[in-house]
Design a protein around this ligand. Structure first.
Ligand SMILES: C[S@@+](CC[C@H](N)C(=O)[O-])C[C@H]1O[C@@H](n2cnc3c(N)ncnc32)[C@H](O)[C@@H]1O
Length: 574
């Protein structure tokens, strides 16, 4: 799944992808890690720890004006993930008002001190207590704070014992608005090195850069956050909102169980989405007035889980046609009349599936459009000295094609192409032939995947029917088995230490500007399934878009078409 669309809306990398070439020109240390392909496109090796380090340093400087030095060994913070976490906290604190002085704690701030630095940069009224257990990281964190002249807003503190918050807040009256934490994820070395992986996930494409002290803790992230939850039972409202990130989704149920066991009434979880790398957030509070924001991702999931729209095709429409032919007719109406393009298709024994994308609303006000067209036609006819028959609307012509095609298969002589020699039909016929000649083998093979019977149709003695079949497939940009929105990252491992910024990752494999454009260009994406159960039916399942109502409208359009085809058929039979 492309996760970038679930990236926090305020995350700068949601819309703006880093321009590697430009970055390299500005940052010589990054330049050394760049390479270009034959087309001049710039890449970075995400498996190289130094490349990742220089990229993060460059992004923090370029996009946030932050000067950050990182140790040669150790965790490299991925910027877009860190931003997603910060923006989630901003959302939680939103009801307090933007200008309110906010005090936060970052537990395990790391050498970069990235959360306090970004948090303060983005929110002028925030200040931080940044806590770190490792000596080297503490020293680097202090240097990074002073390099950015933020000493008055960020206090770096060395963790004195094995507690997380208790020792720190024991004898202070200060109330903090929130605490955040990116805990060490793993319980031991084998987990950290991935040798204890029990699942069949792909090997990570990026390199692990964290040192053992950064990535390993007793009990792993579950143990760490459970301790935090237990300590919060003592500290209660000394921190208004407790939060932590986790690297494994499977940790969430165990942490929620602990929260429920301790009867903490107010808690939530969320997702941090970037490229293919996903992380999770958990937050709890003893203050019942805290209202946690809804997760975009969960809302979209719920939307997706809604049952698809269904329509059983009337038997008069179906006649004795087979699944392939019916699917082609439905597909044809969507593709040719409504200009809804097909991103991918697949088929099984009793159903054909198409992922469809509409870039504009071509289905609304059809009746009004037809009336307007009719008026223009009438006017044109009046003015035309030759009194030619009126031009029909595209949709009329197109539907006639499907109707004709259907008749042809059924052997209805009344609508034979030879008898309907209107100029449109002639020109369509020419178009089929040109297409037929010009088609590349590649397109042929695509068509064969979509319609395995294409060769049979080509050899058919009934050339007219063949031509029409071909035309129905010609020009279709069916990229079988491919999604239109390419994923922009590599990720795939449940370790923060191995993730890298989605937008950064995307550059190496499939990142391109077109991804962003495509994401912005459509208004509706749905999955169309034409299936044969007891009867033939179509299903439309929501994928994404501006408005679910559009899918209802498209289905209504199809229903009307099917109905008008039935009416045509019966009047022709009379
Ligand atoms: C995964 S790193 C996160 C670093 C940084 N916050 C980031 O997101 O890039 C975890 C950090 O927590 C520190 N740490 C581990 N246990 C800690 C504790 N009990 N108190 C404070 N810091 C701790 C580690 O030294 C390490 O720097």
């Amino acid at each position: 799944m492309a996760l970038n669309k679930f990236m926090h809306p305020r995350n700068v990398y949601k819309k703006k992808k880093p321009d590697f070439k430009q970055l390299a020109m500005k940052y010589p240390n990054l330049q050394k890690h760049m390479f270009t392909d034959l087309t001049g496109k710039a890449f970075i090796d995400f498996k190289n720890a130094s490349s990742m380090r220089e990229l993060s340093i460059a992004l923090l400087k370029d996009d946030f004006g932050l000067d950050v030095t990182l140790p040669p060994e150790g965790l490299v913070p991925t910027v877009s993930l860190r931003l997603n976490y910060i923006h989630w906290i901003e959302d939680i604190l939103e009801p307090l008002g933007r200008g309110t002085n906010i005090k936060g704690i970052d537990i395990g701030t790391g050498a970069s001190c990235v959360y306090p630095l970004l948090g303060c940069k983005l929110n002028p009224s925030w200040s931080f207590l940044a806590v770190e257990k490792c000596d080297t990281n503490t020293q680097y964190a202090e240097k990074n704070v002073s390099a950015n002249k933020m000493e008055d807003r960020i206090k770096v503190r060395k963790q004195q014992d094995d507690s997380i918050l208790l020792h720190l807040l024991h004898d202070t009256d200060t109330v903090y608005d929130f605490c955040m934490c990116n805990p060490p994820f793993f319980a031991d070395h084998s987990e950290a090195q991935g040798t204890s992986r029990k699942d069949d996930r792909a090997e990570p494409s990026s390199v692990s850069m964290a040192t053992p002290s950064e990535s390993i803790t007793e009990g792993g992230e579950i143990g760490f956050v459970k301790n935090m939850i237990q300590e919060s039972m003592e500290l209660k409202s000394k921190v208004r909102v407790y939060t932590s990130m986790v690297g494994k989704k499977s940790s969430l149920p165990k942490l929620k169980e602990e929260i429920r066991r301790l009867e903490i009434p107010n808690f939530t979880t969320t997702e941090f989405c970037q490229g293919k790398t996903m992380r999770w957030g958990i937050a709890w509070s003893f203050d019942s007035s805290v209202i946690f924001p809804k997760s975009l991702f969960q809302a979209a999931r719920k939307e997706k889980d809604r049952p698809p729209l269904q329509y059983t095709l009337p038997s008069e429409f179906v006649g004795d046609l087979d699944l392939q032919t019916i699917a082609k007719q439905i597909y044809f109406i969507l593709k040719e009349e409504l200009k809804i393009s097909c991103d991918s298709s697949s088929e099984s024994e009793d159903c054909l599936m198409f992922e469809m994308t509409a870039k504009e609303n071509t289905w609304s006000h059809q009746r009004r459009k037809r009336r307007a067209k009719k008026m223009v036609d009438t006017e044109t006819r009046k003015e035309s000295p030759t009194n030619d028959p009126p031009e029909r609307s595209n949709s009329d012509i197109d539907f006639e094609k499907t109707s004709h095609y259907k008749d042809k298969i059924r052997g209805n002589p009344t609508t034979d192409l030879g008898k309907k020699k209107t100029s449109e039909v002639k020109s369509m016929k020419r178009k089929y032939q040109t297409f037929d000649r010009e088609n590349s083998q590649e397109e042929d093979s695509k068509r064969r995947r979509f319609c395995p019977d294409i060769e049979k149709l080509r050899q058919s003695p009934d050339r007219n029917a063949e031509e029409e079949n071909i035309e129905m497939l010609e020009g279709d940009t069916i990229s079988v088995g491919q999604s239109d929105v390419q994923d922009c990252s590599m990720g795939g491992k449940d370790k923060e230490t191995e993730g890298c910024t989605a937008t950064e990752q995307s550059q190496k494999t499939s990142y391109s500007d077109s991804v962003d454009k495509k994401e912005k260009e459509y208004i509706l994406k749905f999955k169309l399934t034409v299936k044969k159960l007891e009867q033939f039916a179509i299903e439309m399942a929501w994928i994404d878009g501006q408005n679910r109502e559009f899918m209802h409208q498209v289905l209504q359009y199809l229903k009307n078409k099917v109905k008008s085809n039935n009416n045509k058929q019966s009047s022709e039979q009379k």
